[in-house]
Design a protein around this ligand. Structure first.
Ligand code: DX5
Ligand code: ZN
Length: 220
């Protein structure tokens, strides 16, 4: 059976909350997930939105919500994101000074029947996060510096993805590999061939004159 590639369209290119909700509604039936980029102005320079908007999006559209927390204190609001209806909650490895708290947070998310993801910045090696990947549902590879859509894909992500896929196979793990940043119709096929299951797309889908066509072409 051909492997299915999930598409998670990012909210990041949109500025107003109302427009994000409208964008989400317009993507129903086209994308598999809405990738909600939460930024707190500390972990990354930009500030976006919090669980309140996740709640509003969830109340207004049918899309599963893939929440990417680019925040310095992810533990503070996890409960609120769960209550708001997030389907995947991904936290950054780098946001946890005390890695026991990272383990606790992943467990907390999963115990509440939400999928848990761990993300790593470009400068973090997979080796570092490996011990925490046995219990996650998603490993999200950043292929740009977190904080903004529209950046160029970083080629350093290719060997990282290969390494993660090899680790997954060796250990017979079932987590999904998600890649975020600079994904486009040119690199999508290579990424899925390397083992990526979920492609995040911000600007490539947002800028397209025919979004359905672009999403289908990303999916391959
Ligand atoms: C970057 C965000 C991404 C971003 C992707 O900090 O995490 O989700 O919006 O946008 P593109 O696809 O334009 O790189
Ligand atoms: Zn993201």
């Amino acid at each position: 059976m051909k492997k299915y590639t999930y598409i998670s369209v990012s909210t990041d290119p949109i500025l107003s909350y109302q427009d994000i909700v409208e964008y989400a509604k317009s993507l129903q039936g086209l994308t598999d997930f809405l990738h909600c980029d939460v930024m707190d102005g500390k972990f990354v320079p930009k500030t976006t939105f919090d669980y309140n908007l996740i709640k509003t999006i969830n109340a207004n559209c049918l899309l599963p919500l893939d929440v990417h927390l680019m925040v310095s204190e992810p533990r503070d609001d996890i409960k609120k994101y769960i209550e708001a209806g997030a389907n995947i909650i991904t936290v950054h490895y780098e946001a946890f000074e005390d890695k026991n708290k990272l383990v606790e947070t992943i467990k907390y998310i999963k115990d509440h029947n939400v999928l848990a993801g761990i993300s790593l910045k470009p400068e973090t090696s997979f080796k570092e996060i490996k011990p925490y990947c046995y219990d996650v549902d998603v490993v999200l590879v950043m292929s740009v510096t977190p904080g903004a859509s529209g950046q160029k894909f970083g080629n350093y992500a290719y060997p990282k993805i290969k390494e993660i896929d090899a680790f997954r196979k060796e250990n017979q793990l079932n987590f999904k590999i998600e890649v975020d940043g600079g994904v486009n119709t040119e690199n999508a096929k290579l990424l899925t061939n390397l083992g990526v299951d979920i492609l995040v797309s911000g600007s490539c889908v947002y800028k397209a004159s025919n979004r359905e066509e672009v999403i289908n072409s990303l999916r391959g």
